[in-house]
Design a protein around this ligand. Structure first.
Ligand code: AOF
Ligand code: ZN
Length: 332
């Protein structure tokens, strides 16, 4: 039975991912319904409307006796934008609920207890580590009271982001830039400093032809965004945080339900964020080219001896186009 559950959970996780960038302040969640023989008969994911469980349940006219619902998050036990999923599960007559991660959200937790009280078998913790990773942005907001910050760096082999004269277009290949579009799409906000805005006049839009709402563009710093600059266009909303105070930035992001921020800053803001302990992950695109002189992606972190070094762990790496892509997590 457990292999059935693992397989269904893997599928539920892949469904959950389809909601990335579309659920606002809410988690990404996937659900799969199995019949009494363990065969998948329905599925659903949260895309900002109904919760995943309800999407899956509504896709069937009725739930066959003995069915199991496999869901990446403990079913909710509260009435928010929608009714409690536990009620929908109890009313549908499920025999069993399998979930990955317990809901740490105080207003929605307690679902498992209610299901058990209703006589439903509950199995928790299936593929929990992977599922926590998928929802790490939402968990960061609940557990750390701040969004997840992922810093994207496009650099040469020797870590330069621009040549000595400031020229920087394009260091990495087109395939890498297409991949960046996807990463922007899966983020709730894209953050840069005023320095990058003034130097590059970026658009910060996922150029993927998708017609869903584009991520919020966030600029940090006290300088004005010059008139006529791309960030004033109507392709996405732009929030200018006229401050150098990260608490102010975090407060404004949380107020807008932002949970995952893609940081596309230069070295100034990036270095300040690393120093403040705010960078959770780095996505590095490295072109197989060397500049020697030029701007480095990071500045002085106040490190004077090897013991103080800033360690990262490699989560994934591969070649994209002609570049090397590395996804790193801060800390060991
Ligand atoms: C979701 N999607 O598929 C599940 C959620 O804001 P509400 O009323 O939609 O409730 C959100 C809470 O419900 C959320 O923080 C989480 O605790 C729980 N489960 N949420 O958005 C879902 N299953
Ligand atoms: Zn729910």
């Amino acid at each position: 039975m457990s292999t059935h559950h693992d397989e269904a959970m893997r599928h539920a996780l892949s469904l959950a991912l389809r909601g990335e960038g579309r659920t606002g302040a809410n988690p990404i969640v996937g659900a799969v319904i199995l019949d009494a023989d363990g065969q998948p008969i329905a599925e659903g994911f949260h895309a900002g409307g109904d919760h995943a469980e309800v999407v899956a349940i509504k896709s069937l006219a009725s739930i066959p006796a003995g069915s199991t619902i496999v869901v990446t998050l403990e079913p909710c036990n509260h009435t928010g934008k929608t009714g409690p999923c536990v009620d929908a599960i109890i009313n549908a007559g499920f025999a069993r609920v399998v979930y990955a991660v317990s809901d740490p959200n105080p207003i929605a937790s307690g679902g498992a207890d209610r299901l058990r009280e209703a006589g439903i078998e509950v199995i928790s913790g299936v593929l929990e580590v992977a599922s926590r990773f998928f929802n790490r942005a939402w968990l960061s907001v609940i557990e750390k009271k701040r969004p997840l910050f992922i810093w994207k760096i496009a650099a040469t082999l020797d870590g330069k982001t621009a040549a000595a004269d400031g020229s920087s277009k394009w260091i990495t290949s087109e395939s890498s830039r297409e991949f960046v579009s996807l990463l922007r799409r899966n983020s709730d906000a894209i953050l840069v400093g005023t320095g990058t805005v003034i130097a590059d006049n970026p658009m910060l839009i996922p150029h993927d032809g998708d017609d869903v709402k584009n991520p919020l563009r966030v600029v940090m710093g006290t300088r004005e965004i010059p008139e006529g600059f791309n960030l004033h266009d109507d392709q996405a909303e732009t929030l200018h945080v006229k401050s150098h105070d990260f608490d102010e930035l975090i407060a404004q992001l949380l107020a807008r339900g932002i949970k995952q921020v893609f940081v596309e800053s230069g070295s100034e803001l990036g270095t300040a964020m690393v120093s403040a302990g705010l960078i959770d992950e780095i996505i590095l695109f490295q072109a197989p080219t060397i500049l020697g002189a030029g701007r480095t992606f990071i500045g002085d972190l106040g490190i004077t001896t090897l013991d103080q070094r800033f360690d990262l762990e490699i989560l994934a790496h591969r070649q994209i186009g002609t570049d090397l892509f590395t996804h790193l997590k801060v800390g060991k």
